[in-house]
Design a protein around this ligand. Structure first.
Ligand code: PMP
Length: 425
């Protein structure tokens, strides 16, 4: 893989910060080292002394004075080592990326911690997308992705999808505009990146089958594209076994995967991860060095302590509990939809995530309905237009989240929605 061909001029021009390099060197050195090099402030002047955090299972995470000093201090831009080690093992155990040309052992793949997967995604796009570039994705898609991509001035090309995600035959058709043997020619306009949400898509709830992923991966090989696998709902797949990921199929090193702890540990702590080819992860880390410097050390230490005390088994047991909750919520939402919306709407039950994507029959655009009339009926949903590439295009869908409301509230909300639709018809 020639990664240089994927980088924007801005990303290619990033250089390591000399001070950050020294800080990282110092953190790996024995305590006998006397460093006058760092610009780190003296934590003895900080007002916080120690912390004790109760975990729901009865455990306590404690930060004594020494740990607290570390938690309050600058740390490495790619993440604190013990969190990265834990996550690399998890990634390997879950996805077992093919080892032929692409393995941790050979150091060709890497990970970094990001302040939520949104930071990772935004930095991935800024690393790879030039004004005028053709970028492929299956819309409707996560509005945060559009917010990060569209200002870069690229041309987003929609790849048709259904409840099983991106349709490989449709992708093939879109790509047939370009000759695969010419994608490396100077001036080629062939897309170099493809973005998708493979599980429990936001907003569609769609999950891609393993077969579709394999077909899409083969097309990415043919056209030498990178695939951005944005998978924050991976751990919210209701059925086991979980679907194999793009990362698990990546024989070439063309997958950049973003993971998130937002749906399973905390959304407010802001912890996500980018996994991908080392030359690309290195570029993201340089961007982090120049922007946030690193994800909060306190947050990382807190999460890392929890994960190390749980072990992988404890983590996966916790995930099982989260899945049970969301599966029940999904079931409640589907039965309320069956009760109230059968005549006025259509939907597919999602097998992952926390969203139901509902098509309202006989309503061309839900924007006005939601923004003007829904509040009167005391029910709120997201009008589907915000997830479209052209947000002004009419869209008959709404997105309903089953994450936060009780089954009783969901039922009442759908009763109100059904009245709203009937009034509008
Ligand atoms: N990608 C998708 C598809 C999402 O739905 C979200 C959260 N709504 C994110 C990325 C960002 O998540 P976070 O930054 O909290 O990890």
């Amino acid at each position: 893989m020639n990664y240089a061909r994927f980088l924007t001029a801005v990303s290619g021009a990033r250089k390591p910060s000399p001070i950050r390099l020294l800080t990282e060197l110092q953190q790996r050195s024995p305590p006998s080292l006397i460093s006058l090099a760092g610009g780190a402030p003296n934590p003895n002047t900080f007002p916080f002394q120690s912390a004790s955090i109760q975990v729901k299972n009865g455990q306590t995470i404690t930060f004594d004075e020494t740990a607290m000093k570390r938690a309050l201090q600058y740390s490495a831009s790619n993440g604190i080592p013990e969190l990265l080690t834990w996550m690399k093992k998890l990634q390997k155990d879950l996805h077992n990326p093919p080892t032929c040309s692409y393995s941790y052992e050979r150091g060709q793949m890497d990970m970094c911690v990001t302040t939520g997967s949104q930071e990772g995604l935004c930095k991935v796009f800024e690393m790879l997308v030039n004004p005028g570039d053709n970028v492929l994705l299956d819309a409707p898609t996560y509005s945060g992705t559009l917010a990060a991509l569209q200002p870069l001035g690229c041309n987003i090309i929609n790849v048709p999808s259904d409840q099983h995600g991106m349709i490989p035959a449709a992708l093939k058709d879109v790509l047939s505009r370009w000759d695969p043997s010419e994608v490396h020619k100077p001036g080629s306009t062939a897309p170099r990146i493809l973005y998708t949400i493979p599980n429990g898509g936001n907003p569609t709830g769609a999950s891609m089958t393993a077969e579709r992923k394999r077909d899409v991966y083969e097309l990415a090989r043919l056209y030498d594209m990178l695939i951005i696998e944005d998978d924050p709902y991976y751990f919210l797949q209701f059925e086991k076994p979980w679907a194999p990921t793009f990362l698990s199929m990546d024989v070439d090193g063309r997958i950049i995967r973003t993971d998130s702890f937002s749906k399973i540990l905390s959304s407010g702590l802001r912890i996500g991860f980018v996994t991908g080819p080392k030359p690309l992860v290195d570029r993201i880390v340089l961007h982090i060095q120049a922007s946030t410097m690193h994800t909060s050390t306190f947050t990382q230490l807190m999460v890392s302590q929890l994960l190390h005390s749980w072990g992988q088994e404890g983590f996966l047991t916790h995930i099982d509990g989260v899945i049970d909750f969301y599966r029940k919520q999904r079931d409640a939402m589907i039965s309320s939809a069956d009760r109230w919306l059968k005549d006025v709407a259509e939907w597919h039950a999602p097998s992952a995530g926390m969203f139901l994507w509902i098509k309202l029959k006989g309503i061309a655009d839900t924007q006005q309905l939601i923004m003007e009339k829904a509040l009167e009926k005391e029910v709120l949903l997201v009008p589907g237009g915000v997830f479209m590439i052209n947000s002004g295009d009419p869209c008959p869908y709404v997105r309903a989240a089953f994450s936060l409301s009780t089954p009783e509230q969901i039922d009442e909300a759908f009763r109100r929605l059904s009245l709203l639709i009937k009034d509008a018809l």
